[in-house]
Each structure stands twice: as structure tokens, then as C-alpha cells.
Ligand binder design. Structure first.
Ligand code: NAD
Ligand code: TYD
Length: 343
């Protein structure tokens, strides 16, 4: 168990889950030094980190995880104990349009970080991965769940790049003895979620009385986890998880897309006639469902937020923080939206 005062590099900490993790760590461990390394791509927002920018135990560094020189320089300056890698291209639809940057950031970036860890020495490298590496499950087999033993079987360029990174992480452990852990989480939702993903997109469109684009028939199932629960799980893994191990994180919160969109309409007092069925995603995964037995048993982690509570907290956050997402949807993101959705 790691319990001294730590210096932690959190990559991708200006994105959705990474920023929530930065807040969680600074609050729970006020003595730790937390460094956020982020390239600030379209998905990274420095404004998100404004509340902690003045904290003397926090440092923000704008850099690309693929930039060896910048990464090594940061290791020399900060001598980190732990690296938690959230930095990634994360949107499946964008990976279908243009896979190249996914391979670069998600695979080569991971390698660059681990090479730095080998050179300078760390006590833990943690890779934030996804349940999407397991592919999908059929809708007519509700008895099936992803365990850590489920074979890797990816569907999209995004999930393939994440799977390649996972294999590389495990290879660095076996070959070089790098002290690694991996977590594979289901779909997250909560504050600071970029409005190109299902839940924040539907909230933002509904509030603007715009069509709600549901792919196919909306029957695909995702296993939703409130982002704070994910952060708590990673906190437990980096402190108490076993080196070389993979942990699945998810909370038996399976929902069909269409049901989520209807919940959002109802909560915002909008008519379901806004729902617009659009062409299905290519290679669209049907169902994700995590079996979290290992992290329950080994680390005592349990999801604390039920979907019915988490979705209302999330909707309220988007109502209270309109400036945050309105700035995003009025910027570069608009070009992407116009290209992807002909509605
Ligand atoms: P996000 O897209 O909101 O944020 C990604 C962050 O990484 C952004 O701040 C971006 O600027 C930064 N980044 C991208 N490329 C970079 C690079 N080359 N160098 C440095 N920084 C870079 O993503 P998210 O939803 O917060 O996901 C974080 C991690 O969690 C990803 O690794 C993703 O694969 C994984 N994950 C996400 C979910 C989910 O539901 N969102 C579920 C399971 C796993
Ligand atoms: P998304 O939030 O992109 O996460 P992921 O693809 O990583 O699971 O999508 C969640 C589900 O919502 C997925 O089945 C695709 C669907 N979806 C829509 O129906 N319409 C949309 O506009 C988007 C972005 C997603």
C-alpha cells in the first residue's frame, strides 16, 4: 500500500474524467502535489481547471504526451511517484471519421509516458482504459458480463487503439517490470462531460429545442457510471491495487439509449417529438455490461450513485453551468456537429 505524500502526474486532466479526478485528488489529499499534463485538444478546457489553478500544490503544463522531450523534461522537474494516464482521443464517432490521431495519442502517447517512467523510475503507472476493449455483448443474453478474463475483441478504431495501449502496458510490466495497473471502466456521465457524447449532447440540444439525434433504433445498451464513482475507484487502485493487474469498473446501471433520452426530455419538460432517429453508427456496439466482482472483492469499491440520482445531478449541473458548454458549442465544435449530423 502506497501511503506517503505523493507527486502525481495526471495526463488529460483538462478533459471530462481527468478534471473530475484532479478535483477529487486535491480535495482528498491536500498534501499531494498534483500536476496536470494536457495538450488542450478540442476536448480539453483550461477553464474547467480554473477553481484549482491558484492551489500551490497544483501545476498545469500544456504538452502532448507524444512529445518525448516535453514529457522527459517534466519528469526531471517533478520526479513523480505516480502517473495516471487519462489523455486520449476518446470519441468513437471521430475515430470512425479519422483514426490516425487515435493511434498516435492513444498508443504512441502511452508508450512515451511509459518510457519516461522506465527512465526516471516511478512507483506506479496507471492506465485508464475502457470496457470497449472487450467488444460488445448481445442484447438477448442479459446473463453475460465483461470480466477481466473476457478476450479483447474490439469494434472501432477508438477501442482498438485503447486495446493496443493496454497490451503495451502489460508488456512493459512483463518485459521491464514496470509497476503498472489498468482500469477498464464503463460509460461515465456527470459534470464537465464534453457535449459531443450522448448525455451532454442530449441535454444541450433539448435546452436549445434542437433535434435529439438517436442512432439506429436507440436500443443499444450502455452501463452508466457516475464520474465521481470512477474517480474513487482509480484512487483505490493507485493506492491499494495489485501491480500488473487489470480492474473492471462499472456498477450494473445498464440503460438503453432511447430510455436515457426520454428521461432527459421529461426532466427538462421537453416533448419527445424532438427525438430524431438518424443513421446508425458504423459497427455500433450493442451492449456493454461490466462484472465488477474483482474490484468489489479486492478493494471494497462500490458505486455510490444510482443512475436516477446521478442523471438529475448531471442535468442540474448543465442548467447551472450553461456558460461552460455554450462556449464549447459555439466554437470549433460547431464544424464537427454540422459535418456529423444532417439535422
Ligand atoms: P476527454 O476527451 O473528455 O478528455 C481527454 C483529455 O485528454 C482532454 O483534456 C485532451 O486535451 C487531452 N489530450 C488528448 N490528446 C492528448 C495528448 N496527445 N497529449 C496530452 N493530452 C491530450 O476524455 P474522457 O472522457 O475524460 O476520457 C478520459 C480517459 O478515460 C480516456 O483515456 C478514455 O479512453 C477513458 N474512458 C472514458 C470513458 C467515458 O465514458 N468518457 C469510459 C471509459 C474510459
Ligand atoms: P457515446 O456517448 O459516444 O459513448 P460510447 O460510444 O463510447 O458508448 O455514445 C453512447 C451511446 O449513444 C452509443 O450507443 C451511441 C449513442 N449515440 C446516439 O444515439 N446519438 C448520438 O448523437 C451520440 C453521440 C451517441
Amino acid at each position: 500500500m502506497i501511503n506517503k505524500i505523493m507527486t502525481i502526474i495526471i495526463t488529460g486532466g483538462a478533459g471530462f474524467i481527468g478534471s473530475n479526478f484532479v478535483f477529487h485528488m486535491l480535495k482528498k489529499y491536500p498534501d499531494y502535489r498534483i500536476i496536470c499534463l494536457d495538450k488542450l485538444t478540442y476536448a480539453g478546457n483550461l477553464s474547467t481547471l480554473a477553481p484549482v489553478m491558484e492551489n500551490s500544490n497544483f501545476r498545469f503544463v500544456k504538452a502532448d504526451i507524444c512529445d518525448r522531450e516535453a514529457v522527459y523534461k517534466l519528469f526531471e522537474e517533478e520526479n513523480p511517484d505516480i502517473v495516471v494516464n487519462f489523455a486520449a482521443e476518446s470519441h468513437v464517432d471521430r475515430s470512425i471519421e479519422d483514426p490516425g490521431i487515435f493511434l498516435q495519442t492513444n498508443i504512441m502517447g502511452t508508450a512515451t509516458l511509459m518510457n519516461a517512467c522506465r527512465k526516471y523510475g516511478i512507483v506506479r503507472y496507471h492506465q485508464v482504459s475502457t470496457d470497449e476493449v472487450y467488444g460488445d455483448l448481445p442484447l438477448d443474453r442479459p446473463d453475460l458480463f465483461f470480466t477481466e478474463e473476457t478476450p479483447i475483441h474490439t469494434s472501432s478504431p477508438y477501442s482498438s487503439s485503447k486495446a493496443a495501449a493496454d497490451l503495451l502496458v502489460l508488456a512493459y510490466h512483463r518485459t521491464y517490470g514496470l509497476p503498472v495497473t489498468i482500469s477498464r471502466c464503463s460509460n461515465n456521465y456527470g459534470p464537465y462531460h464534453f457535449p459531443e457524447k450522448l448525455i451532454p449532447l442530449m441535454i444541450a440540444n433539448a435546452l436549445n429545442d434542437k433535434p435529439l439525434p438517436v442512432y439506429g433504433e436507440g436500443l443499444n445498451v450502455r452501463d452508466w457510471l457516475y464520474v465521481e464513482d470512477h474517480c474513487k475507484a482509480i484512487d483505490l487502485i493507485i493506492h491499494n491495487g495489485k501491480i500488473g493487474e487489470v480492474y473492471n469498473i462499472g456498477g450494473h446501471n445498464e440503460m438503453k439509449n432511447i430510455d436515457i433520452v426520454k428521461i432527459i426530455c421529461k426532466a427538462l419538460g421537453k416533448l419527445e417529438s424532438l427525438i430524431t432517429y438518424v443513421s446508425d453508427r458504423k459497427g455500433h456496439d450493442m451492449r456493454y455490461a461490466i462484472d465488477p466482482t474483482k474490484i468489489y472483492n479486492e478493494l471494497g469499491w462500490r458505486p455510490e450513485t444510482m443512475f436516477k440520482d446521478g442523471i438529475h445531478k448531471t442535468i442540474q449541473w448543465y442548467l447551472d453551468n450553461k456558460e461552460w458548454w455554450e462556449t464549447i458549442i459555439s466554437g470549433e465544435y460547431q464544424n464537427y456537429y454540422d459535418k456529423m449530423y444532417d439535422i
